[in-house]
Design a protein around this ligand. Structure first.
Ligand code: HSE
Length: 300
């Protein structure tokens, strides 16, 4: 009658793969606790870590919204539970914050119901949480948060998603500057047209990154962590972007780009020491410009 589920933060896009690449980190992540109650209906009893900003109404909150959607899909009307959400990452951070909450929610309720759905089958429900949170049902955060590892979304319609192996010695550095970017806004500023020249460059890097990860070719990973379409537009929203990215690369990272829709930056490195060195340099560079930041280093 009590279930607790954890879902990790994620790095979406991974430089060249806008809306099609994402990977999970080990921490931070959000936790959802469910307690069965006799009366039907979902009630939010507490949310921690959101500074009181998320809706407490179960229909309006994306976490309980996806739970209600799942119950409706399964035709369950007599189920009742109390929900507690522990948010362990800031909203609008680019670390897949809304996705982690939605995934923890669907995993928890599925477990309480005796696991009628597989993790793959839970994906469309978690994606609905993204639609509620940002107006777009992208899967590059919910996919890896739900399935773990490095995820590729080959197609959205029909949904075709799979994971690829990554080298065991690959570490992610996530640096979150103390500013907030709304995913909706960060999508709105993107251009709808892409030149053939940039499409070719981006496709080359997408192919290179997949091959580099699967063959543990660190040089190829490094050369492929280039985004010629989204990063040039979105980076203007992040103060010190160029300097922080350069600091990561100068201090041992294979590459560095915007995590999801930002403002967090992520770097990939070979080995935990490089990942930590890159992180310290990134944090210092933000600090030099008077911007406080938090740092997470994790294997993938
Ligand atoms: N692919 C999405 C975007 C991820 O970049 O808008 C949002 O976290």
């Amino acid at each position: 009658n009590f279930v607790k589920a954890f879902a990790p933060a994620t790095v979406a896009n991974v430089a060249c793969g806008f809306d099609i690449f994402g990977f999970a980190v080990k921490e931070p992540g959000d936790t959802v606790e469910l307690r069965r109650r006799d009366e039907p209906g979902i009630v939010i009893t507490d949310i921690t870590g959101d500074e009181g900003r998320l809706p407490r109404n179960a229909e309006k909150n994306s976490v309980t919204g996806v739970m209600l959607y799942l119950l409706k899909h399964l035709g369950i009307t007599d189920f009742g539970c109390e929900v507690v959400l522990h948010k362990n990452m800031p909203l609008g951070s680019g670390m897949g914050s809304s996705a982690a909450s939605a995934v923890a929610g669907v995993v928890a309720i599925n477990e309480m119901l005796g696991k009628p759905l597989t993790r793959q089958e839970l994906l469309p429900f978690a994606m609905e949480g993204e639609r509620i949170a940002s107006g777009s049902a992208h899967a590059d955060n919910v996919g890896p948060s739900l399935l773990g590892g490095f995820v590729v979304i080959r197609s959205y319609n029909p949904l075709d998603i799979f994971t690829i192996p990554v080298p065991g010695d690959l570490y992610c550095t996530l640096v979150h500057p103390d500013i907030e970017i709304n995913t909706k806004d960060a999508r709105f500023i993107l251009r709808n047209e892409v030149s053939l020249k940039n499409t070719i460059a981006q496709m080359g890097n997408v192919a290179g990154l997949v091959a580099g990860l699967m063959q543990a070719d660190y040089d190829l990973i490094s050369r492929s962590m280039v985004d010629v379409i989204i990063e040039p537009v979105r980076s203007i929203l992040i103060p010190q972007f160029k300097e922080v990215k350069q600091a990561a690369i100068d201090h041992g990272a294979l590459g560095c780009s915007i995590s999801g829709s930002g403002p967090s930056l992520f770097a990939l490195s070979r080995g935990v020491e490089n990942a930590q060195k890159a992180g310290a340099a990134m944090k210092d560079t933000f600090a030099d410009a008077g911007i406080a930041s938090s740092l997470h280093v994790s294997s993938i």
